[in-house]
Ligand binder design. Structure first.
Ligand SMILES: *Cc1c(COP(=O)(O)O)cnc(C)c1O
Length: 389
């Protein structure tokens, strides 16, 4: 097959779609008013921001006044945790409950807070047990934060059950839904979620914009002080164009979920069944409770970075862990959390496909990965050792 370009790293980022770009363009050029200004140019920008807020709220079943724009998913995660600890620590609550395989935006925030934290384990499929969350909650627990869907292995958590446990215990529940948005129906009211993080660039909006959904009664202390933007809760002149793009992107993503899941999970399962035919390979994560675009496979005796470089050479963009950890040689904390050895975790490949992925792309991946794995194994002392055992 001729060399193609196949983008299979949508969990790392996505391109800005033409509908989103079209919505943004006026605000990058002619409609440049500051949303805080009182003349018509400013008021039009403000109106656009408020329309985007309504779209974000509608996409997750929230009220408009519960959406606060941020610079992205990382800021939303930081704000939820740091701001809640700052608000509740004076009342004697500074303990955090989270899982061992959260995004680093959450894990590093908790670590740096220096607050006591209980890390709930995940099982071999990457699922959190709501009963273990309940057991981890203490009288001084300020917040529970468990991600909706994992960015590396795609596991979708029983969020409603976890939220119910928290509500019963009277503890705030935050979830990082950056990967779930546009892939799973989200209804914060029905699901009982108090706070939720979103990011634009994982759903075809630009990088550098996101939101924190938060119920009014549990607003965290400000992370960024300054002007009165976002109701005085998050200062800084609004990223008008980014916010408008984010609003359009989440509107489109939320409307397309059933169709996307049907179409993309079929291609995902073709990739999974094709790639797990490779000798000494395994699927990571739950086969069913899984994001429709996520494929994560470990190949024993293979070094992930080499695999990625050889795939790049064939025009395939993929990932071996999360983008934040590639470049370092530490194996993924997510793969270790589900019980993989360091060696097996190193040889893992994440393909994250989208509604734009075609049958031809899938065929191209299936044609290229197995021979590359074979070539790498032929050069690998580790594979030689494994063969002898
Ligand atoms: C990408 C990602 C983030 C970070 O979002 P940014 O907008 O890049 O800061 C947080 N959590 C998860 C699960 C992600 O996939």
């Amino acid at each position: 097959m001729d060399k193609r370009f196949v983008y299979a790293d949508n969990a790392a980022t996505t391109h800005v779609s033409s509908e989103v770009l079209e919505a943004m363009l006026p605000f990058l050029q002619n409609e440049y008013g500051n949303p805080s200004s009182i003349y018509a140019l400013g008021r039009r920008a403000q109106k656009a921001v408020e329309e985007a807020r309504a779209k974000v709220a509608a996409a997750i079943g929230a009220k408009k006044g519960e959406i606060f724009f941020t610079s992205g998913g990382s800021e939303a995660d930081n704000w939820a945790v740091k701001g809640t600890l700052a608000r509740l620590a004076p009342k004697g609550k500074n303990h955090v409950v989270t899982s061992v395989f959260e995004h680093h935006a959450l894990l590093h925030t908790v670590e740096h807070s220096g607050c006591p934290c209980t890390y709930v384990p995940v099982d071999s499929k990457g699922l959190v047990d709501p009963a273990q969350v309940r057991a981890a909650i203490r009288p001084d627990t300020a917040i529970v934060s468990i991600m909706f869907a994992n960015n590396e292995i795609g596991t979708i958590q029983p969020i409603e059950e976890i939220a119910a446990v928290c509500r019963e215990a009277g503890v705030l529940f935050h979830t990082d839904a950056v990967q779930a948005a546009g892939n799973v129906e989200i209804d914060v009211e029905r699901m009982g979620i108090d706070m939720l993080s979103l990011s634009g660039h994982k759903i075809h909006a630009p990088k550098g914009v996101g939101a924190l959904y938060c119920k009014r009664r549990c607003l965290p202390q400000n992370l960024i002080d300054g002007g009165g933007q976002e109701g005085g809760h998050r200062a800084g002149t609004e990223n008008t164009a980014g916010i408008v793009g984010f609003g359009r992107a989440i509107e489109l993503a939320a409307a397309g979920i059933p169709e996307k899941v049907r179409q993309v999970s079929r291609l995902r399962d073709q990739l999974i069944s094709g790639l797990t035919q490779v000798e000494a390979s395994r699927l990571n994560g739950d086969p069913v409770k899984r994001l429709c675009g996520n494929v994560n496979i470990s190949f024993e005796g293979v070094e992930g970075e080499s695999l990625l470089l050889m795939l790049d050479n064939r025009g395939i963009c993929a990932s071996s862990g999360s983008a934040c950890t590639s470049g370092s040689l530490d194996p993924s904390h997510v793969l270790l959390a589900i019980g993989l050895s360091h060696e097996v975790a190193h040889g893992s490949l994440r393909l994250s496909i989208s509604e734009e992925t075609t049958e031809e792309d899938v065929a191209y991946i299936l044609e290229n990965v197995p021979p590359i794995v074979e070539r790498l194994r032929a050069m690998s002392p580790l594979w030689e050792r494994l063969q002898k055992n």
